[in-house]
Ligand binder design. Sequence first.
Ligand code: PGA
Length: 260
Amino acid sequence: MAEVIILPDARAAGELVADAIATLVARRPEAVLGLATGSTPLPVYEALRSRLGGADVSRVRGFALDEYVGLDPAHPQSYRSVIAREVVEPLGLDPSRIRTPDGRLEGIEDAGDEYEAAIAAAGGIDLQLLGIGTDGHIAFNEPGSSLASRTRIKTLTSQTRADNARFFGGDPDAVPQHCLTQGVGTIRDARQVVLVADGRRKAEAVHQLVEGPVSAMWPATALQLHPHVTVVLDPPAASRLQLAGYFRETRAAKPAWQGL
Ligand code: PGA
């Protein structure tokens, strides 16, 4: 079962995960990080600023989970722009070592395979940071996604477009319809997965992820098959866990990732 850690709030969660990433980078300066976008990872990146301050991050590599298809890479809400603004610039990473799937229409048919090849050439992802959608998606693997899938084009559900409308002036129709996303199989290849969720809206997806049957209807449940997954929650996100009390009592003194 995934290691589940319930902390008082999103800030505490961000600090714990930032500690894990900073420890990894200190031990392995050429670490390959899997970078997530959305609101959830922001406290992680915020906490990382002080933890990585002064560290040599010049060799850190990074791969984003996904990108909108057909959105100008220079658009402020392209994930290429978001990763540059929220991760690369504040943390002082080398932009040439950080990649996002190429969602431009020209050459899109090969973009998934090229992204997979780039991850493989980097030696695979050491630590993949993840959020979770209210519909149970990880990256943009919406319900019904193959649990063995690789980076490919997917159609966003109306739920996800409504969830992400806040980044597009509140208009779900302004959210692109398609994305290029790492597959569930791609994510499962990461050596360590750290999924963060906060808020009651995520409670059902978190319950399914941790306690539900493995099912393509809740793609995050595929993480139950991964040997090194840590799920970091605030109390509202943990509110539907039947085993919440058990997780609180058995919380490891040190998250398992610190032994990696
Ligand atoms: P959020 O998105 O962090 O903005 O809630 C998570 C996700 O869709 O994976």
